[in-house]
Design a protein around this ligand. Structure first.
Ligand code: HEC
Ligand code: HEC
Ligand code: HEC
Ligand code: HEC
Ligand code: HEC
Length: 386
């Protein structure tokens, strides 16, 4: 990296993105207005884009489909609902040498970018390369080991009066797991405090809103990424006195060495779709993740809908299915063979558009061939149906 100032680089990038965005948008994002499709699919612009002038083609038809003339193009072509991007932020609750983040609610086929920052207790930051992945392409590399996390060294490190009276509980596990504390004034507990999305060997949970001068029961629970769960025995926490066992305030050794990331990997568990990100470092660090799902825009703004949806689903919104011929089927091979002159999708599937031109046609009912005879025998080559 040269010595360019970061804000300046961002500004230039933002400008490029903006210009690109403006150049692909036809000046009007509202597709339902007349002209949005026309802007590119007719006239000189169509020629420039090497597209057929679909409006000229439609105007020349003998029988026209009224929905097309009404310029309701998007009924059959455009997916409604702009895919906006989303951003999540996650941070470790404490510093760990090994930690796993669980990423919730991702779409299987979008491309995600993860920006990462790690910091040790003295504030030294380590550079981490951003990660990129598409959930459906991530390898399922982990198999359930069927072992419950073993909980040890449960300790109340602090009871203090902040805005509310609160207590901090720490414990350890023999494998990366999440952190749950159940607590209450009886051994039945009744309340829980949870840190669900980060899995580590060290655990720290602060429970807040406690009453002073009481004896609270609590136990700690840890679940690993597979769902195997371990629980501690019952402990008592007495809020009649404030305590501080955090070990802070002693002599601090100033450490200026940057932490080193040893591993940063995205993985899935076999048989599930959940995505995890794992880090390990040479010393305990807090990790800060910003997960970004970019907005998706193509020249159609919303995206063209898939072939099956525009050739069957869109049609049966207005016409009863079964009014003419079965669709969504393939030849069973014995008596029919699909004519190469008739368009099918997904390698041989019949749609409404296999027999009808969608925008209208030069034959009655917009059929591609004479339907009294030729159309049927184009496929029904064996025993005649008529
Ligand atoms: C900014 C220019 C632009 C606009 C506006 C636009 N299109 Fe397109 N469209 C294209 C280009 C370029 C293609 C060529 C295929 C590709 O690159 O995706 C295309 C392809 C298509 C195709 C697929 C054609 C094929 O042969 O498979 C359809 C259908 C389509 N557009 C419909 C529409 C509809 C309906 C609208 C209005 C709601 C629209 N387009 C608006 C530029 C545009
Ligand atoms: C009733 C549904 C429907 C409507 C309404 C409709 N289309 Fe289509 N259109 C289709 C289907 C289905 C296909 C694909 C069939 C094919 O390739 O023969 C298609 C094909 C196309 C194509 C590529 C093939 C070609 O003929 O050049 C373009 C471009 C297109 N449509 C643009 C438009 C525009 C612009 C409008 C509005 C004026 C529109 N369509 C209205 C269903 C529709
Ligand atoms: C928004 C409602 C709507 C959608 C969607 C629609 N149609 Fe139509 N269609 C009509 C109407 C209304 C008519 C009758 C007026 C006309 O001929 O345009 C019609 C007429 C037709 C006809 C001619 C009927 C005749 O008696 O000659 C055919 C064939 C046809 N549609 C096929 C399709 C196919 C194939 C699709 C999907 C690609 C489709 N339609 C989608 C409303 C729709
Ligand atoms: C295998 C060819 C074939 C397929 C596939 C097909 N049709 Fe037809 N369709 C025809 C023929 C031929 C006619 C005219 C003869 C008749 O009336 O039965 C027709 C007639 C029609 C008519 C006008 C007659 C009426 O009932 O008002 C409409 C509308 C229509 N089809 C819509 C569709 C739609 C929507 C689909 C998809 C769900 C579809 N067709 C699939 C061949 C087909
Ligand atoms: C694109 C090819 C194609 C065309 C064109 C076509 N068919 Fe079919 N048809 C099929 C296929 C595939 C089947 C499913 C059974 C099979 O594979 O034999 C089928 C099934 C049928 C069935 C049985 C329906 C059922 O539910 O069992 C009838 C009746 C039929 N077609 C009549 C017609 C008539 C009448 C025409 C002319 C208007 C026609 N077909 C045009 C491909 C076609």
């Amino acid at each position: 990296m040269g010595r360019y100032s970061l804000p300046a680089v961002f500004l230039v990038l933002a400008l490029i993105v903006l210009l690109w965005f403006l150049s692909i948008m036809p000046g009007n994002i509202s597709w339902s207005k007349d002209g949005a499709c026309r802007d590119c699919h007719s006239g000189p612009k169509a020629a420039e884009l090497k597209l057929d002038d679909v409006y000229v083609k439609i105007a020349a038809l003998q029988y026209r489909h009224s929905v097309v003339e009404d310029e309701k193009c998007e009924l059959c072509h455009i997916l409604r609902g702009f895919k906006t991007g989303r951003t999540w932020e996650l941070a470790s609750p404490d510093s760990y040498k090994e930690q796993i983040f669980f990423l919730k609610d991702l779409s299987v086929d979008r491309k995600y970018q993860v920006a990462l920052k790690v910091k040790d207790g003295a504030g030294n930051e380590a550079p981490v390369n951003p990660l990129q992945f598409i959930p459906s392409n991530v390898a399922a590399s982990m198999d359930n080991d069927q072992k419950a996390p073993l909980i040890r060294n449960v300790i109340t490190t602090e009871i203090r009066q902040a805005v509310f009276l609160e207590a901090t509980i720490k414990w350890e596990t023999d494998k990366p797991s999440n952190s749950i504390v159940e607590y209450g004034l009886t051994p039945q507990y009744g309340e829980t405090a949870v840190s669900e999305n980060v899995f580590a060997n060290g655990h720290k949970i602060t429970i807040t809103g406690l009453k002073s001068g009481k004896q609270y029961h609590y136990r700690t629970i840890s679940r690993d990424i597979f769902g195997n769960t371990g629980a501690s025995s019952d402990f008592i926490l007495d809020t009649s006195a404030q305590i501080n066992n955090t070990g802070e305030g002693g002599v601090k050794i100033v450490d200026r060495t940057r932490p080193q990331i040893k591993e940063a990997a995205v993985f899935k568990i076999k048989g599930t779709k959940d995505i995890f990100i794992k880090f390990s470092s040479d010393k305990p660090v807090k990790a800060y993740l910003t997960i970004n799902e970019p907005a998706e825009i193509d020249k159609h703004g919303f995206g063209l809908i898939p072939a099956r949806a525009s050739r069957i689903d869109a049609c049966i919104k207005c016409h009863p299915q079964g009014a003419s011929h079965p669709v969504g089927i393939r030849s069973k091979g014995s008596k029919t063979k699909i004519s190469p002159d008739l368009p099918t999708i997904e390698g041989g599937m019949i749609t409404c558009v296999t027999c009808h031109y969608p925008h209208g046609g030069n034959k009655k009912h917009f059929t591609r061939m004479n339907f009294e005879r030729d159309l049927c025998i184009a496929c029904h080559t064996g025993e005649p149906y008529i």
